[in-house]
Design a protein around this ligand. Sequence first.
Ligand SMILES: Nc1ncnc2c1ncn2[C@@H]1O[C@H](COP(=O)(O)OP(=O)(O)OP(=O)(O)O)[C@@H](O)[C@H]1O
Length: 574
Amino acid sequence: MIGVLLRLIGRPHRRLFVRFFVSTVVYSLAEGAAFGLLVPLLTELLGGRTAAAAWWLLPLAAAVVVGWFAHYDKESRALELTSAWRRTLYERLGTHVARLPLGWFTGARTAQLQQILGTGIGTAVRTVSLVQALVGVVLTPATIFVFLLVADWRVALAVLVTVPVVVLVFVIAGRLTARTEAAHHAAEAEAGARLVEFAGAQPVLRANGRSRGGRQLLDDALEGQHRAARRAVLGAMPGENLGQLAIQLAFTTVVVVGLLLATGAAVPAARIVAIMVLGLHFLQPFAVVAAVANSVRACRAALERIDSVLRVPPLPEPDEPARVADASVELRDARFGYHGSPVLDGFSLRVPAGSVTALVGPSGAGKTTVTKLVARFFDAEAGTVLVGGRDVRQLSTVDLMDTVSLVFQDVHLFDGTIEDNIRLGRPDATREQVLEAARRARVEPIAQRLPDGWRSRVGEGGRLLSGGERQRVAIARTLLKDTPIVLLDEATSALDAENEVAIHQALGELAHGRTLLVIAHRLSTVTHADRIAVLDGGRVVEEGKHRDLLAAGGRYAALWADHERARGWRITSH
Ligand SMILES: Nc1ncnc2c1ncn2[C@@H]1O[C@H](COP(=O)(O)OP(=O)(O)OP(=O)(O)O)[C@@H](O)[C@H]1O
């Protein structure tokens, strides 16, 4: 575990760790020595030899002073180390995550990352306190044992025999608790997820008149959580009691052996009392074994989760990056699939610089996947993807992102103002530049409609705006970023007349002087495109202008006929 941590942290804090470790060792030894010195001191004191007892005060005071300084140093270093490790882990994860392929960020992985950043790193750096506890559990009793051995080898032997039993009992107790606690955490996570789902599903449930019925899953999860919590409390009890019982038994053994020795008058009673006090101090540190065992498991799991993210290979960056030559996009015989099932196979398409190309095809045909290969969310398994006349693998990520912008199907906005959201495209833009982009993307009417105008917040994810309005904000952001190539996945949500017209106009602005690859879900959007590529079965099956493709009477003509039929639908009262 320490090895994994030191590997994750790297070299910079090793010296600090060594200093912390040495202070911890010194403190544990001094603590053990201070307890151990009680034997001669108490023996002399209880035997009425006050002057001799006073002499033993000197080494005892020295042990206490050394222990105090070591304690101060180890606590300070522990604090320093915890914050240095925490900072390093955040930095390492941040740098690494920024280099991961965008395709890595699925919902589950984002949740995993959130968990790591939320509590995982905090748990991982608790290793510092674990080291203190583990060193204390080993060294303090070991030092006391040496003093016990010198004081009376028979009591020392009796104590030694009890150690494996006590440790075993605590480890078993820890395992019992860990199992019920894991079930409790899982049940808590399930109940939390159900609560979020229940809140999110309110509109659907109410629209379907099921405001009560939809509670069943939530009620089951809450009941499960309640049962798991009860089991966790009950499950922890035997372990805790068992541990305490083991310590009591071990101490009783020491007392019995001591009494036998005293009865036989082999050892003076005063000495026996002192030895028994020492025996108690020897056994005390073992009470933390169970807690330490649980924390070790939690720390190890957190470190492994962090390690698993850091082990994901980042996108390979070229040693000598090429520079883009123009604003064209091309895919040559590209092949790609998710988890082994192919989506694109032999896909070829050329998008000349400055042209508007529309990609159409049935749902799930792989249109979005094409844009993800161009933006290098993933690398193609075979074939070549060229941006600006260069293989994307030869471009640096920074260059690629300066050349290509993506407008997603479902735009996610941040809970800031419209202006903040547009400014993300170019953080150093002036207010005039932001407003100009907003005007060209037809965002002005949205701001005017909102109560606080440009200062209105758009809500979490942009929920205070409609799908079409969110996409207009995203187009403004892209206009501000001003890259020569834009990949746009048209909003799938139904658009009202105002949004439809505004997005058409905004797209016109976007196409001006740029290469535009549009994934069109409404064929009416693309009738004026320079070329339309029809995607089916993982490759382009038809390519041409709207009029020519209609005349050809092929796949596109069939899609268009479906589109026209859908537009002709009317809801009537009969
Ligand atoms: N991250 C992913 N993991 C696994 N499968 C995926 C992933 N993304 C897409 N797919 C699958 O790949 C196929 C192509 O998806 P893609 O989104 O590219 O299609 P599309 O033509 O854009 O669809 P739509 O028009 O519905 O948006 C689909 O079957 C989809 O389920």
